[in-house]
Design a protein around this ligand. Sequence first.
Ligand code: ADP
Length: 414
Amino acid sequence: MKKILRKRLVQSSHDVEVQQKDPNSPLYSVRSFEQLNINHNLLKGVYAMGFNFPSKIQETALPALLADPPQNMIAQSQNGTGKTAAFILASLSRVDTSKPFPQVLILSPTYELAIQTANVAKQMGQYCQDIKFCLAIKGEGTHRGRKIKEQVIIGTPGKVMDWSLRYKLFDIQKINVYVLDEANVMIAIQGHHDQCIRVHKKLSKECQVMLFSATYDQEVMDFAEIIVPNPVVIRLRKEEESLENIKQFYVVCKSMDEKFSALSNIYGVISIGQAIVFCHTKKTASWLSEKLTKEGHAVALLSGNMSVSQRIAVLNRFRDGKEKVLITTNVCARGIDVEQVTVVVNFDLPVDQKGKADCETYLHRIGRTGRFGKIGLAINIIDGPRTTIFLKQIEDHFGRKILKLDAEDVDELE
Ligand code: ADP
């Protein structure tokens, strides 16, 4: 178990599981970047960025984005799930470096985002010396009279519209990849909605259009429908993402004392991150924290008895790393968002009022906010047939296996 913990905690990539929701869909997924058959130098750039495996959105989106004939796409997933990297990779792989004119046009909603995206593009293209980039944002000269030779333009809608439609600094008809990033932010900014559409109208019919959004609401979809003809639509629901980076285990114990010693052993191996332990009742939580403290461990207790300011103080100490383990109850399960937490222990599994496994709470306890590459561990302590059933219900609900950790393995850690 120690090995598993260490490995999981330090790895910066995550296991990718293909979840093909619609079996009739022509989409397929890849588990490695090699399978994409992209240019060798581009692949080198991807690896140099430390990307070992495609993220969930990447493994589904990239095959479609790289397909021939090119497919249009609307893709939605939370921020931090790898969308930018996906469209940069797809766009750069379509650049014909023998042609000295813009072929890829990427629109970002803000100045800062455009710069950020350009930096990702430059990094990914670092071994593709012949791919040149141009930023179309405020502060960049209008290059009046000078035709743009760079193959990739990254900019904000207003500036791009000026450069293309007003000053004719490049031929928009020759653009073969049009990317709209952060569509949800885009439409919230005055004027951007219309500017994107105006640019879009001038594109050639063959141009591949990709639209990315962190949210998927009607407004975004209405906008997307205008811009993206015949799209492949990819959506990653939060729930699917949230368990994506989490390895789930369970330990079988026979008594409260065994549960305690299992926990105590787990504590011993948390040398890298921090852990949160969830108990069913305040009583168990206090008992546990007292017992661990007596053993000389520095633990924090967050309980429903505390005032708001006390809770905040406890959480702040925990955030600062003063304690490595936080013991709490359901009451506090929501809204605890501590980046460095890598292990969640369900000392008691969450149960709803009908006496069934509370899957939603389970997800909130162990789920991550979707920041890419954070590996987490969830360890569930089981103590009898009732909790075994809960575990099975949770497995079935999420369709993900929870692996058994041998109690002996845990003992070995001592
Ligand atoms: P989004 O556009 O959805 O917000 P990004 O593409 O910016 O997500 O990715 C979020 C973070 O994850 C970035 O720091 C990025 O470098 C990293 N990242 C993206 N794809 C991968 C990958 N396949 N492997 C490892 N890290 C990745």
